[in-house]
Design a protein around this ligand. Structure first.
Ligand SMILES: C[S@@+](CC[C@H](N)C(=O)[O-])C[C@H]1O[C@@H](n2cnc3c(N)ncnc32)[C@H](O)[C@@H]1O
Length: 213
């Protein structure tokens, strides 16, 4: 899979893209993520302007984003704009996106981006939650990591992505324990040490958390 992230701050992604499983996946060629500087597509270096109709702050101009998207767009691209106005990201959407060949993620800043970007590219607008970030970069990385870990070969043991939170709608995984059996007076639940697989499965099932969707 290829993911192109359009941003005013490409340096934001340097560290998270290079460490842990994400770094390994890039090395192995499972995915290619590039951060592309929107500013390079502005003829005069200006990327923002005052909102028509008045109001506070600045809006990212349509032209530099249009050119930036065009520079990487193919027939296989899905263009996604990160915005608090979008549909709320969840594991179902993550799974859907992990089947795509190419994602283009557009990160807003300031008051957001000119709406005509959404119209011109029939974008999918996605929010990472009902709160406001200063920019789309953190949201784009959340989406990138969630999607990437579903790609074949990303995690060492494929079982670990089959058996985890939200594979069942609205259900988060049971709590986990490892050695030692006792710590500061707190014991690992007996059932997990019993070796009885049926009872362990029942216990874990009962410990799963229902999450309000
Ligand atoms: C300060 S925010 C703009 C907020 C906008 N004026 C509003 O009131 O909805 C700047 C950028 O951060 C990103 N952003 C902020 N919160 C987000 C969220 N919850 N999900 C996805 N992106 C978000 C978007 O790209 C947005 O264009």
């Amino acid at each position: 899979m290829k993911i192109d992230i359009l941003t005013l701050f490409p340096e934001f992604f340097e560290s998270p893209l290079s460490c842990g499983l994400m770094g390994k996946a890039m090395e192995k060629g499972i995915l290619k993520v590039s951060a592309i500087d929107i500013r390079k597509f502005s003829p005069d270096g200006y990327v923002d302007d005052k909102p028509f109709g008045g109001g506070s702050g600045m809006v990212l101009k349509v032209q530099p984003i249009y050119e930036a998207v065009k520079s990487v767009l193919t027939d296989e691209s899905e263009v996604i704009v990160l915005t608090p106005r979008g549909e709320r990201l969840n594991q179902k959407i993550v799974k859907e996106l992990s089947a795509k060949k190419h994602l283009i993620l557009v990160c807003g800043r300031y008051e957001g981006i000119d709406e005509r970007v959404n119209v011109l590219f029939k974008t999918r607008q996605i929010s990472v939650g009902d709160f406001v970030l200063s920019g789309g970069e953190a949201a784009a990385f959340v989406l990138t990591e969630a999607v990437s870990r579903l790609l074949p070969g990303f995690v060492g043991n494929p079982e670990s992505v089959n058996d985890e939170s939200f594979n069942e709608d609205g259900v988060a995984e049971y709590p986990q324990y490892t050695r030692p059996k006792q710590f500061m007076g707190h014991n690992v639940p007996d059932v997990l040490l019993s070796g009885n697989h049926r009872k362990i499965a029942e216990y874990r099932n009962a410990q799963k958390r229902k999450v309000k969707l």
